[in-house]
Design a protein around this ligand. Structure first.
Ligand code: ATP
Length: 377
């Protein structure tokens, strides 16, 4: 990774639209050369944040810095920043080559031909240089837009839902492609998306935004495995959240009472202070077994479950298991074929490793961050 002298820093950045606070006192550092994702539901303030970095929106308060340079009051074109939008905004009358060369020619760079050819190669469009945008697929147009932005060697490249217009399969391909390009070129990428899978696939650091603030920031695996709020637990993947009360702790384990059954949580994953907590377990971390058939030595076990729904989804089977206190717990099991799937009505025990659970403050809404299946996004 390049030196840290050109980190992007936001210091206490706030944006109000009238009485509405779209971005609320945001402070964060995006290390130079990293792939950073701003992830959150529609309306959480991601695009507004990006636009303030680009200079397209003035912050109500706070500063934007690139390295030691305060760019808060600089015009957009004076900033070492380029933006790629969902609508690629290519010049329709120019060829791929001319589109990509545009920035260099405008600046009077003499060896633009060689640089442009290299960039077109990087985005794997070498055979398409003489085509017009209308003769390209959506994914190819997106790569031209990327090449056109990257050729200016911006310190920071802003990507605003850049893959939003592509169909799912192409989007997956482009995610891998974008990541490869970013690793090769070492430009800082700040990527805005509401798609958690997209953020997790590409970014080395994700900031999860909600209502104008960052709920949690970290590496994808860290956020997924050790969420600190119910919003993050539900927005990144799926979580079972069960109300418990803390009964004690020893040797780095917090013991909680889960409707009369005791289970342990690693202290490093325990984020509650008031004696109660949402016990969180991911559905794929739970191992379901026929009631009483295994001793699950050392693991957490909850007994008394009854299967109420079985959904076969190809790679896995997804169960709903009704627990004695009435809650239905989701369990995902890989279809390895090692045993026959459970059926409705089967009695099961649920087990998981202590290190795979987390404990969250009980004062929070257990439904925060859930993706509503009715929501088209
Ligand atoms: P999306 O994924 O839908 O683009 P977002 O997280 O990028 O959402 P923003 O576009 O940053 O959200 O908007 C944040 C909030 O600020 C929204 O509630 C939006 O309605 C509001 N907002 C954005 N721009 C303006 C504006 N120019 N005037 C008034 N309100 C605005």
């Amino acid at each position: 990774m390049a030196d840290a002298g050109r980190d992007l820093r936001l210091e206490g950045v706030t944006k109000n639209f009238g009485d509405f606070v779209a971005v609320d006192d945001l402070t964060l550092t995006v290390p130079q050369g990293s792939f950073f994702a701003l992830l959150g539901p529609s309306g959480c303030g991601k695009t507004t944040t990006l636009r303030m970095v680009a200079g397209l929106e003035d912050p109500t308060a706070g500063r934007v810095l690139i390295g030691d340079e305060d760019v808060t009051d600089l015009r957009p074109y004076k900033r070492p920043v380029n933006t790629v939008f969902q609508s690629y905004a290519l010049f329709p009358h120019l060829t791929v080559f001319e589109n990509v060369a545009f920035g260099l020619r405008r600046r009077g760079v003499s060896d633009y031909t060689e640089k442009t050819e290299k960039m077109i190669e990087l985005v794997e469009l070498a055979q398409y240089g003489s085509r017009k945008p209308s003769q390209l697929s959506g994914g190819q147009q997106q790569r031209v837009a990327l090449a056109r932005a990257m050729i200016n060697e911006p310190g920071v490249l802003l990507l605003d839902e850049p893959l939003g217009a592509l169909d799912l399969k192409l989007r997956r391909q482009m995610q891998i492609e974008l990541k490869r390009i970013q690793t090769e070129i070492e430009i800082t990428f700040v990527h805005v998306t509401h798609d958690q899978e997209e953020a997790m696939t590409m970014a080395d650091t994700i900031a999860v935004m909600n209502h104008g603030v960052i709920e949690q920031l970290g590496a994808p695996g860290e956020l997924y495995e050790n969420p600190q709020t119910t919003f993050v637990a539900n927005f990144l993947g799926q979580s079972n959240l069960i109300m418990t009360s803390v009964t004690g702790s020893s040797d780095g384990t917090v013991v909680v009472d889960c409707h009369g059954q005791k289970v342990g949580v690693d202290a490093s994953r325990s984020h509650t202070t008031d004696g109660r907590g949402w016990l969180g377990v991911r559905p794929e971390k739970i191992f379901a077994s026929e009631a009483g058939s295994e001793d699950h030595e050392g693991a957490n076990v909850l007994t008394g479950g009854r299967v109420t729904d079985v959904s076969f989804v190809g790679v896995s089977t997804q169960y709903l298991v009704a627990m004695p206190w009435g809650q239905e717990v989701m369990v995902f099991e890989q279809n390895t074929g090692r045993r026959a799937p459970f059926r409705n009505g089967d009695e099961v025990d649920l087990a998981w490793s202590r290190g795979h659970a987390f404990l969250l403050d009980a004062g929070q809404d257990a439904h925060a961050g859930m993706i509503n299946p009715e929501d088209p996004e």
